[in-house]
Write a protein that binds this ligand. Structure first.
Ligand code: GP9
Ligand code: MN
Length: 426
């Protein structure tokens, strides 16, 4: 019956919502949004190389581009639902579920997602993804998320020549999408979900611009050439958008959906990163994925180092479009606000704050990677046993994380959005 709602709403007012107006409020008003879901890319490839071969020349150039904000400490927060969890996070600013995928288990819920909220400014929404429409139950979930049109596999011309691995290669995917994009009512919110840089990272010889890595993990080895292919595909897409006259009036967002290299490949990864081993601290840091906001003509882009994550995207984008979020429910912050929560929670309860990285209940200093000792004070009997200040600070973030995810789960499991009338003023 929605009994938990007042408590959840209070929590959001007190801990999450900011009264500040973002500096970028309305910066993208009436512009089209072109959001590129970059499959399985992780931030460690940015400005990095394999045997001297640059992995992502185009994305690297964007990091210092004057029209681009690049978030170098942006984390994916997905779980078993992988790409679908990243979509769930972006659309709703809710946490994915700890098991299974909300796209399957809670596709019948009511939501109040990005596509729906953008309707306030007459945005049309479309998703482009050259895969079967039922994969991740997208077709059903997109109805609940009020997506206007889904261009799936059947919208594309797919042949043996233009596909590899999971299906249509990214270059022809973008190329074939342009005509549909040109036909959309403006302004629109469009999502392009790529496919080529997907495990097990297959690629035709003719598409390999760089050599693979050489280690005991073929997964990691082959990851680099497919990441490079995706980088080239995105660059071509920018050119195609320019040629089609679709570039100037758009905001282009690029985001890694989740990790591509799992902990099974830690040994090869440590070799690649030139580390003795991948520690639990390192592993959390490897969950960073690239996030770019590109605003043609903006001129004020910069590299942003704040801790940020997928939970933050919804309020950020809405504010950029000039849409208020005063009575919305969300668990992230506008990335252009200064008073932010200051931490990002991963679905397994790990978190990253300005000062700490916590994993499996152990807190590390984010700057040094050193574990923070729990001071026991057994010897010094004259002073009272006092918990270390930083242990305390870290633990109190952990409590918030747990509470917040509990509320998010309440909303999803209880389908609580059906009890809220978002149209009424407050
Ligand atoms: C499938 C594609 C990949 O349609 O989005 O899904 P993933 O396996 O990465 O979740
Ligand atoms: Mn994916």
């Amino acid at each position: 019956d929605g009994n938990e709602l007042p408590e959840i709403q209070d929590y959001i007012e007190e801990n999450i919502r900011s009264n500040e107006t973002s500096d970028l409020f309305g910066v993208a008003e009436d512009k089209n949004v072109i959001f590129i879901w970059a499959e399985s890319i992780q931030s460690f490839v940015i400005d990095n190389d394999v045997y001297g071969q640059e992995i992502t020349p185009f994305l690297n150039s964007l990091t210092t581009d004057e029209d681009t904000y690049y978030f170098e400490n942006f984390y994916h927060q997905t779980e078993q639902g992988k790409t679908s969890d990243s979509e769930f996070l972006i659309e709703n600013s809710l946490y994915p579920l700890s098991r299974g995928a909300a796209f399957f288990t809670h596709a019948q819920n009511e939501y109040h997602g990005l596509s729906e909220m953008m309707k306030e400014k007459d945005y049309y929404s479309a998703v482009f993804h050259a895969n079967n429409k039922s994969f991740w139950n997208r077709e059903q979930m997109y109805d609940s998320l009020k997506v206007d049109h889904f261009y799936g596999q059947d919208a594309y011309e797919i042949t043996d020549e233009n596909s590899v691995g999971w299906g249509l290669k990214d270059k022809p995917f973008f190329e074939q999408s342009i005509k549909y994009l040109q036909s959309l009512e403006e302004p629109y919110y469009s999502k392009f979900i790529t496919l080529t840089n997907h495990f097990p990272f297959e690629l035709d010889e003719e598409d390999k611009s760089i050599d693979p890595y050489d280690s005991n993990s073929n997964t990691l080895n082959n990851f680099f050439p497919t990441v490079r292919y995706m980088d080239e595909a995105i660059e071509l897409f920018f050119d195609q958008l320019k040629d089609a006259g679709l570039y100037e009036d758009s905001v282009i967002v690029i985001m890694g959906d989740h990790d591509g290299i799992s902990a099974n490949h830690n040994k090869a990864m440590s070799m690649y990163l030139d580390k003795e081993e991948i520690t639990p601290f390192d592993y959390v840091q490897l969950q960073r994925v690239p996030f770019f906001i590109h605003i043609p003509g903006h001129g004020e882009g910069e590299i942003k180092s704040e801790v940020s994550g997928q939970i933050d995207v919804k309020p950020t984008l809405l504010h950029m479009l000039g849409i208020e979020t005063d009575n919305d429910i969300y668990f992230g912050n506008d990335l252009f606000h200064n008073d932010r929560k200051g931490y990002i929670a991963l679905r397994n309860g790990d978190f990253i704050s300005d000062d700490y990285v916590s994993t499996s209940g152990v807190c590390y200093d984010r700057k040094t990677g050193e574990a923070i000792e729990v001071v026991e004070n057994e010897a010094e009997t004259e002073t009272e046993s006092q918990p270390d200040e930083s242990t305390d600070a870290c633990a109190s973030i952990g409590e918030k994380v747990e509470k917040e995810m509990g509320y998010s789960d309440d909303l999803v499991y209880g389908d609580l959005f059906r009890f809220i009338d978002f149209d009424q003023d407050n």
